[in-house]
Design a protein around this ligand. Structure first.
Ligand code: NAG
Length: 311
């Protein structure tokens, strides 16, 4: 096919997570509850960190930013998936599909860079404790947050430019619960092989660079922590294991979807659910349950605002 405007597809059909009617009812209830916890959990973290001055430090500002990003990461795909469960034919408009691709990649890009920034913050705190507040001042911290949003926007825009021009003329069925970029590219009426490679390279560069930076900083941190026998070591270790867990549950699914795609449909769906639902859900859980400061802040918050009448 050559030339001409072949973008005649105005909507795509999503197959969703499952075809079984009964299972969809169950999934509807489960994901509705999970999404409620994702939004409220992340909002609680942001609220605690902004209102409690004990938590006004770079580490917690970054954590609040991560919660903000997590909430939107899930909101790009989950509400649509939930509202689609009861529907017989699940469709998404062309524009809707393009915006899902744009926002999913933008937010995921921000999250990746933010995780690197958080690792750098821990590196400075643990390996250069005396200079922590001069290195990670508010200005630098805000600058790093700004860089992560810029990276996300550039990354997503480059994808959008790539894909919006593709000729979509025939097939329009996507075997997933959202417009996942690799699946949408396969629908284009041209040999999508080169594009596949380009896309993997684009996602790969961002993901792999971030992953390597993370590995380097956590290696530094861990060797530093393990060598020192100071009393702070075990606390530092517990903070870092929380961070590393979060990194793993976000990066591993992303790497296997976009960088080294396995092309096994049920596994791809599982990984997509994992990073769009479970990562945003687990982040607040991991940080709040493992962090004494946050738990104390929660206690202060409850006693200040909810039980004010009996001091
Ligand atoms: C993100 O971090 C900046 C400081 O680096 C902070 O001022 C801002 O409040 C944070 N955003 C959220 C949503 O907490």
């Amino acid at each position: 096919m050559d030339g001409g405007n072949q973008s005649v597809v105005s909507e795509f059909i999503l197959w969703g997570l499952s075809q079984s009617q009964k299972l969809q009812v169950l999934l509807f209830v489960i994901f509705l509850i999970l999404y409620f916890f994702i939004v409220s959990g992340n909002i609680v973290i942001m609220l605690l960190i902004t209102t409690d001055h004990h938590l006004h430090s770079p580490m917690y500002f970054l954590l609040a930013n991560l919660s903000f990003v997590d909430m939107w990461l899930s909101s790009v795909t989950t509400p649509k998936m939930i509202s689609d469960f009861p529907r017989e034919n699940k469709t998404i408009s062309f524009e809707g599909c393009m915006s899902q691709i744009f926002f999913a990649h933008c937010i995921a890009g921000v999250e990746m860079v933010l995780l690197v920034v958080m690792a750098y913050d821990r590196y400075v705190a643990i390996c250069k404790p005396l200079h922590y507040f001069t290195i990670m001042n508010l200005k630098r911290c805000t600058g790093l947050v700004f860089i992560s949003w810029t990276t996300g926007l550039i990354h997503a825009t480059s994808h959008l430019v790539e894909i919006v021009e593709l000729p979509f003329c025939g097939p329009k069925e996507i075997d997933s619960f959202f417009c996942d970029m690799p699946l949408v590219i396969k629908l284009a009426c041209l040999d999508s092989h080169d594009l596949d490679i380009l896309m993997n390279a684009n996602c790969g560069v961002v993901a792999v660079i971030c992953f390597i930076l993370l590995l380097i900083s956590y290696t530094y941190i861990l060797t530093n922590v393990l060598q020192s026998s100071k009393s702070g070591a075990s606390k530092a270790l517990s903070t870092c294991t929380a961070h590393i867990t979060v990194v793993m549950i976000f990066f591993v699914p992303c790497l296997f979807i976009y960088v080294w795609p396995l092309n096994i449909i049920w596994l791809d769906k599982f990984l997509a659910v994992f990073y769009s639902v479970f990562t945003p859900l687990l982040n607040p859980a991991i940080y709040t349950l493992r962090n004494k400061e946050i738990k104390n802040a929660m206690r202060r918050f409850l006693s200040n605002y909810l039980f004010k009448e009996n001091p």
